[in-house]
Design a protein around this ligand. Sequence first.
Ligand SMILES: C[S@@+](CC[C@H](N)C(=O)[O-])C[C@H]1O[C@@H](n2cnc3c(N)ncnc32)[C@H](O)[C@@H]1O
Length: 300
Amino acid sequence: MSESSGNQDVQTGKEVAATKNRLSVKEAEALGYYDFMSYLGVPYYHTGGLVSTRKLAELCLVDPTKKVLMVGCGTGFSACYLARKTGCEVVGIDIAELSIEKAKERARRQGISDRVEFRVGDAYALPFEAGTFDAVITEFVSQFLDRSRAFKEFARALKPGGYVGINEMYKEKGIPPKAAEEIAYAEKIFREITGLSFSLPTPEEWKNGLEEAGLKNVNVRKFRPSPGLGEVKALIEGMGWSWNFALYFAELILKTGKYSLFSRKIRHRFKKLGEGKKILLRKKSTSKYVGYILATGMKE
Ligand SMILES: C[S@@+](CC[C@H](N)C(=O)[O-])C[C@H]1O[C@@H](n2cnc3c(N)ncnc32)[C@H](O)[C@@H]1O
């Protein structure tokens, strides 16, 4: 049985044991990148983490009366966090089926399935009628999408007066050639390992994309990745502190170690991921040109 108090999001030792090493190396290799990462138990990916999730929700005026769509919700960690923190209703969609299974299980475990729903769906063809949501949010998703198609679809799903809010990465305009070349190499790595299109827009391109979808009062705020204690606190809040929290991360590390050890393909993926992340997030000469934006636009 799961712990199911409103603030808990951890598996019991029994559940961890039940899911442990369930997939063979071959089965794990066959999964898409995000399904594999979901299987490992990575809670979320977006730069700025849960602190940014809350900031973005505030910018979109999310409160307990609002219905929010989170597109590309992954395993639903921040969708559940948002629902609990703000009291809003959340629908999360993602194309990765295993991620959605995990997300449903998460909402059940947290006892919030009555106001948090997850389903498989495509950002380009949202399975909802026009004017359904007060806010449509993406975190680390729109950067993989064709902005002109996706933002129009997000705007369609919004009620008049509703907001699109995005937390996505950007790169500066006019980067010196050597750094630009390395950043282009990192973008190629992300395209290859995810199988999705990935090329970082500039803040101006993000703004234009939202405006071209017909959104008004578009505002793009730039941030530099700087994980702090606030994020650790939010993560613990998101999971619920207990020894199972430590067990969760031990399991993540063990599973990652197992598949890396026995699969050359997975080892190669992690190596490439490390290279790409270093260029975009840590290497001084390149990461200073990269950051993330919290951008909003309103449907009139
Ligand atoms: C980097 S992950 C971000 C997940 C989550 N939002 C987070 O912040 O942790 C990108 C997610 O977008 C999903 N995705 C990619 N293309 C999509 C599409 N066309 N429609 C819906 N989801 C998509 C992927 O399956 C993946 O879960």
